[in-house]
Every structure is written in C-alpha cells, then in structure tokens.
Design a protein around this ligand. Structure first.
Ligand code: COA
Length: 263
C-alpha cells in the first residue's frame, strides 16, 4: 500500500507512525484509517518493532478528530459501518502485543482523543487540548470514546466532557488520569524516547503478557484474574523468564532476548 496520509519510520526497534495531514489538523479520513490499519497489521508480528509510537504532524494537532467532511453523505448504515471500522482499528491498537505510546502534540479531539485512548500510554505536550466534541455535530463518539473515556476517568467526568463538548487543557487531563505525563512541546519526543528506552530494557515477552492480562479486565465475559493466571503461566515458556531469574540469582543485569522457548 502507498502511504499518502501517514509517515512511518523504524529506528532502534521503535516504529513511529505520524498522522500526516497537518493542513487538516491531521483529521482521520477513511484513507488515513486504512493506511494506519495496514501499518498496524504489517508491524504487529514484525520482530524489528518492539514499541509503537503514534503522533501527529506539525506543532498544532495530534489529531483533530474524524474528518467531518466525510460525514455529510452518511446514512445510518454508513454511520454504523464507519463506527465499526474505527472501533476495530482502535481495538487492534489496544490489543497490539507491544507497548503503544501516544505522543499527543496538540489537539486530540473526537476520533483523535479516541485514538489516544486506545494507546497504552499517553504523553502530551503542554499545548495539548483534549475533548469529545461530537454532540456539537449532533453525533456521539463512535470510535470507542464512550467506553474508554469512562473507563479511564470515571463515568461522571466522562459524561461531563461528552455532554459539554469542553476541550480540557493538558494539566487538567493529567489530573484526571487521562494523561501519563505533560511536558513542554520541545521536550515531547525526548520524554517519549526516555520512556521507550526504559520499557525496551525489560522483557518483551513479559510485556506482551501484561497487555493481554490488563486488557482482559475490560473484555465482556472474561475473568481478568483467570486471564492473569493464564498469562503468568505462559511467561514460563519464554527464555526471558529463565534469564530473568538466573540474572537475579547471579546478581547481574538480565539480557532478555524476547523469544519463546519452543524446546
Ligand atoms: N475534520 C475535517 N477538517 C478539519 C477537522 C476535522 N475534524 N478539524 C480541523 N479541520 C480542518 C479545518 O476545516 C481547516 O481546514 P481549511 O483550512 O481547509 O478550512 C483546517 O483543518 C484548520 O482548522 P481550523 O478550524 O481553521 O483551525 P483553528 O485553529 O481555527 O481551530 C479546532 C482548531 C481544532 C478548534 C477546529 O479545527 C475544530 O473545532 N475542529 C473540529 C474538531 C471536532 O469537532 N472534532 C470531532 C470530529 S467527530
């Protein structure tokens, strides 16, 4: 696939995807969603990729929402299909087996906030503004926002943000637990890189089991504690679990290779 709306590069095992429509504040049109999805599918099992970072082009916006220009021709069935597609793609980010970090470099509104919410961790620049303004358009959040925002900040605050369509500042979002950290814009990518380096020194296999176990709590009909038991057990299939324990006993730093022991 030719990518016309996203940029991507992999360096030191970190894949950075940049939503690249700065003239439209990186609004997610259908083509952008398809390209993002394609990149997610391709990178999911690519062993060179250990961590994924998602950000927006320019200084002003992470993503200012779904592309409103595409809404004018939608009927109910078209709306359902669009929402289903967006939900599927964002669920694949949430369930991506490697850490996904949103570098929120400005407006994260509507589908942009929903994209950030589907990532595992959110680091924002101090100019970031967050909100779900869909009711202003006669709509509701359709890419998982009604679910993930209430999971993250509680039902009352989520209702307030969605009813009022208010944009909140980065420091308020940090206080609500919506963001993990806020830094000056010039420091955003350094802060992300610092976090990435810390994560990369740990066992990738273990981290993929962490993602599955934590996400299990949010899945219908799945008992998260049972899932944790299962994922804990699976860790012992990995070379990393043996190396981790051995390194501790030998009082040295573990050298994780990130593979599963097939023997
Ligand atoms: N969909 C489509 N185009 C969008 C967009 C979106 N979600 N958000 C911004 N744009 C476009 C604008 O139409 C404008 O394009 P133009 O120059 O061709 O007219 C360009 O991006 C710049 O936006 P502009 O509104 O001029 O910037 P601003 O600094 O005055 O305002 C915002 C910034 C984010 C407050 C404003 O763009 C906005 O409210 N966007 C929509 C946010 C939203 O409702 N998102 C949820 C969608 S479900």
């Amino acid at each position: 696939m030719n990518y016309e709306n996203i940029l991507h590069h992999t360096e030191n095992n970190v894949l950075t995807i940049t939503i690249n429509r700065p003239d439209k504040l990186n609004a997610l049109n259908s083509a952008t969603l398809m390209e993002l999805n394609d990149m997610l599918v391709k990178s999911r099992n690519n062993d060179d990729v250990h961590v994924l970072v998602i950000t927006g082009a320019g200084q002003k916006a992470f993503v200012a929402g779904a592309d409103i220009a595409e809404f004018t021709s939608l009927d109910a069935e078209g709306g359902r299909m669009l929402s289903k597609r967006g939900n599927q793609i964002f669920a694949s980010i949430e369930n991506y087996p490697k850490p996904v970090i949103a570098a929120v470099n400005g407006f994260a509104l509507g589908g942009g906030l929903e994209l950030a919410l589907s990532c595992h961790i959110r680091i924002a620049s101090d100019n970031a503004r967050m909100g779900l303004p869909e009711v202003t358009l006669g709509l509701i959040p359709g890419y998982g926002g009604t679910q993930r925002l209430s999971q993250m900040i509680g039902k009352g605050k989520a209702f307030e943000m969605i009813f009022t369509a208010d944009m909140i500042k980065a420091d308020e979002a940090l206080n609500l637990g919506l963001l993990n950290a806020v830094v000056p814009q010039a420091e955003l990518m350094n802060k992300v890189a610092e976090l990435v380096e810390k994560i990369k020194s740990k066992s990738r296999v273990a981290i993929s089991h962490v993602i599955a176990a934590v996400n299990a709590n949010y899945k219908d009909g799945v008992n998260g504690f049972e899932a944790e038991i299962e994922e804990f057990g699976k860790c012992f299939e990995s070379v990393d679990a043996k190396e981790g324990a051995q390194a501790f006993i030998e009082k040295r730093k573990a050298n994780f290779v990130g593979t599963v022991d097939k023997a």
